[in-house]
Ligand binder design. Structure first.
Ligand SMILES: NC(=O)C1=CN([C@@H]2O[C@H](COP(=O)(O)OP(=O)(O)OC[C@H]3O[C@@H](n4cnc5c(N)ncnc54)[C@H](O)[C@@H]3O)[C@@H](O)[C@H]2O)[C@@H](O)CC1
Ligand SMILES: [K+]
Length: 504
């Protein structure tokens, strides 16, 4: 897992590394700049001229060190600096080192603002501001940013695109629109917000060797899950396992016009590793369910509100809502589950809409059993009220997860798994080919199957979301993002499990 820290925490991590490694801050800057340079030369050729735009702080110091290193790699490098003083201590040192190497600096003046001409094939390295941004860029700094954004050149940002507010949304548009962003050590929350996609471009985290002791001492409240096995243990079955010990999942899914949802959720639940999957749905759809998923058991909808059925069949988790319609029957079923279920409950799709009027019983239910909600943005807003942007929505999800003691899986690119303690895991897998009807049904079925096997809610959510995205990636590879369908995601779950196990 890659930690997500705030700008302030990153500063603390730097200081921790300087103290505990120990390392001088100028040497840490040298190491960061070397790492950036190595990454840069792996992608770009010295045939393209390079212009480094360097600011007065440590981000600018990195820029000047990178300029020196790239020159040593045979790049033709020019440095542009706004004439702002004083420079930070380490920036000044790297400024002197650059001059000592025979480098020159094109100064931009506030009063006589003129930006040097840059050839169209040049690569621009943006080292104007990093994580030390303390307020929005205005005046001539904003004008520099606007000018850069008007140029056709490829822009590579050092650490963050200048002007970006690392911990959330940036008001206004005085932010460099980078094509690439090579960021140091950890991910910034801003990278996870769809509104910032045009600023951050393709981002990559570079390990600059900050001291790992900091992460132990101050575990991050958010992280990016590159591989689930870094954060959870998969359930191991022994040779004597049988279908009864692998968990029995009960799905309440499908209605006359949306029976495909039940088919897909069932298929995914069957591929979760669960021993038994029962689908409670309309009897008229049983032949369809059994033709498409012969391993599944069908039951009447009433099974969802039948305690003796659930006890007798040893149901271990229940997932409801995929393909449901919002009518009295389903309201009753959901209310019964909230008031009576003794096993973990997953609430998806239409059941989330029904929940709007049931928040008091949801709150009580969450005292008794683990509950996971799997809304997409529209469902989340319907349930908890509209948010004007993704940063506010995430804040609200954290608040609601803590208040109601829920796990909220807020679906989208980098699906957010918000835990009852307010911690957030962002998922790394998946692609836009998955943004199609039925994709959520597959996730709901898969997650219910994991819950039935005894995975804790947090682990079931992290693992299901990762596997779902990985299956989506396998489907996209096999059939392309256009043609792939939600059912293809479910059908590629075997590849996702293999990916999980082979890359552990
Ligand atoms: N982990 C670390 O701490 C490391 C940090 N490094 C670099 O250091 C950067 C952070 O450096 P700094 O904290 O010096 O910050 P920055 O280089 O981001 O810039 C801060 C400077 O800009 C000024 N400033 C802030 N907002 C402004 C605004 N809106 N308009 C005009 N001026 C403004 C501040 O007063 C300060 O002088 C990182 O992004 C990274 O590039 C690297 O050298 C390696 C290690
Ligand atoms: K920058």
């Amino acid at each position: 897992m890659i930690p997500i820290y705030s700008a302030n925490e990153i500063k603390q991590w730097d200081a921790f590394s300087i103290q505990h490694e120990p390392i001088a801050s100028i040497d840490l800057m040298e190491r960061a700049s070397q790492t950036f340079t190595q990454r840069f030369v792996a992608q770009f050729s010295p045939e393209q001229p390079v212009y480094v735009l360097a600011g007065k702080g440590n981000n600018g110091g990195d820029g000047l060190a990178i300029a020196r290193m790239l020159r040593q790699h045979g790049f033709d490098v020019q440095v542009i600096m706004p004439s702002v003083h004083p420079l930070s201590h380490d920036c000044e040192l790297n400024y002197q080192r650059w001059l000592a190497l025979g480098g020159t600096v094109l100064q931009i003046d506030e009063t006589n603002f003129q930006f040097p001409n840059i050839p169209a094939d040049a690569i621009l390295i943006d080292a104007l501001f990093g994580t030390g941004l303390s307020r929005l860029l205005t005046g001539w700094m904003a004008a520099i940013v606007a000018h850069i954004n008007s140029l056709p050149n490829t822009v590579v940002a050092v650490d963050v695109p200048s002007g970006l507010w690392c911990d959330g949304l940036t008001e206004g548009d005085a932010v460099i629109q980078a094509d690439y962003c090579f960021t140091f050590q950890c991910i910034k929350l801003a990278f996870m917000l769809p509104e910032n996609a045009g600023y951050v471009g393709e981002w990559e985290v570079l390990d600059i060797g900050l001291h790992p002791g900091f992460v132990q001492q101050q575990p991050p409240k958010a992280g990016f899950v590159t591989h689930p096995l870094a954060v959870l243990q998969p359930i191991q079955y022994d040779r004597f396992a049988h279908k009864g010990t692998r968990g029995h999942a009960l799905l309440g899914a499908g209605s006359t016009a949306m029976m495909g949802a039940a088919v897909m959720a069932t298929h995914a639940a069957l591929r979760s590793g669960a021993g038994l999957v029962t689908v409670a749905t309309e009897a008229s759809a049983w032949p369809l369910i059994q033709q498409t998923n012969p391993e599944a058991i069908c039951a009447a909808k009433g099974a969802l509100a039948n305690e003796s059925f659930q006890l007798q069949r040893r149901i271990k988790a229940i997932g409801v809502g995929s393909g449901w319609v919002a009518d009295e029957e389903h309201i009753q079923l959901l209310a019964w589950l909230l008031e009576n279920s003794s096993v973990p409950l997953l609430i998806d799709a239409t059941a989330l809409s029904l929940l709007v009027d049931m928040l008091p019983i949801l709150e009580l239910a969450a005292l008794r059993i683990p509950i996971v909600l799997t809304p997409h943005v529209g469902e989340f807003d319907r349930l908890f009220g509209h948010s004007n942007n993704h940063a506010l929505r995430l804040e609200k999800a954290i608040h609601m997860a803590k208040h109601y003691r829920l796990c909220i899986v807020l679906k989208g690119a980098y699906t957010r798994i918000v835990l009852p303690n307010g911690h957030v895991y962002f998922n790394s897998t998946g692609n836009h080919g998955m943004a199609k009807a039925g994709s959520g049904d597959v996730l709901a079925g898969l997650m219910t199957g994991l819950l039935a096997q005894g995975y804790a809610v947090q682990d079931a959510a992290i693992l299901a979301v990762w596997l779902h995205g990985s299956a989506g990636d396998a489907a996209a590879k096999a059939m392309g993002t256009e043609a792939m369908t939600a059912m293809d995601i479910a059908k590629h779950l075997p590849q996702a499990w293999q990916h999980l196990n082979y890359t552990r």
